[in-house]
Design a binder for this molecule. Structure first.
Ligand SMILES: [Fe+2]
Ligand SMILES: [Fe+2]
Length: 227
């Protein structure tokens, strides 16, 4: 009983701050792994933007799937905004690829199949889990990876792609992440909800790291943007 009293004492606000701290360590690790090693010659901005398209499409689709099955109005509207933003990111990245001479219309990221993170997120039913995994944590991952990607573009002299991410995509991902934090503070208000949120955040980070490591080992892909 004493333990229960102890564990229910954290407010949603306090929990969101705690989870941000807990995520920080995993995000730092993920960022370091993302930018680890010298990239080989086959790693081009163009290749990384292909990966980005898949991430943006999956982010769009998850938010759209959840929007229809989330009853809380504030979360539903946050997801609606996210659907629009992620689809816009897809278009902006396609436009950039076109400028680079790529036939972007011939790309269909669905050909590669759904990622394990997409499959995990898709089956989440709890609003708190969705907010913790999809908005708060996944968008936090995007912020870290995009920053490494921006630095990589700048190191190659690709100012235009760097500016696209810095000036357009990152501010939206920051907004999604902050909205996730706000909603997490609102809905992770009980011990049980906090446990659900923590577990969803951890699994999201684990899957993101596994996918990232797999891409590095199989295809030499590092510094990829997105989540
Ligand atoms: Fe995005
Ligand atoms: Fe986003």
């Amino acid at each position: 009983m004493a333990e229960e009293n102890n564990t229910t004492s954290m407010t949603g606000e306090e929990f969101a701050a705690r989870l941000a701290e807990e995520n920080r360590e995993a995000l730092d690790r993920l960022g370091q792994l993302s930018a680890a090693g010298e990239p080989d010659d086959s790693l081009t901005v163009e290749r990384l933007l292909h990966v980005a398209l898949k991430n943006e499409l999956e982010a769009t689709e998850i938010a759209a799937l959840w929007m229809g099955t989330t009853s809380e109005l504030d979360v539903k509207l946050a997801l609606a905004r996210q659907v629009g933003d992620e689809a816009k990111h897809y278009r902006l990245i396609s436009d950039r690829l076109r400028e680079m001479g790529v036939d972007a219309d011939s790309i269909d990221p669905r050909r590669e199949g759904d990622s394990p993170l997409f499959e995990y997120l898709r089956q989440l039913q709890s609003t708190t889990a969705r907010v913790a995994a999809g908005q708060f944590t996944r968008e936090g991952i995007a912020l870290v990876r995009n920053q490494h990607f921006i630095e990589y573009c700048l190191s190659l002299g690709d100012q235009k792609t760097a500016a696209l991410y810095r000036d357009h995509i990152q501010p939206d991902e920051q907004h999604h992440h902050e909205l996730g934090r706000l909603l997490l503070a609102r809905y992770a208000s009980t011990h049980d909800e906090q446990q659900i949120a923590r577990q969803a955040a951890r699994r999201t980070l684990e899957l993101a790291e596994e996918i990232q490591e797999m891409a590095r080992l199989k295809s030499g892909i590092t510094r990829a943007p997105g989540c």
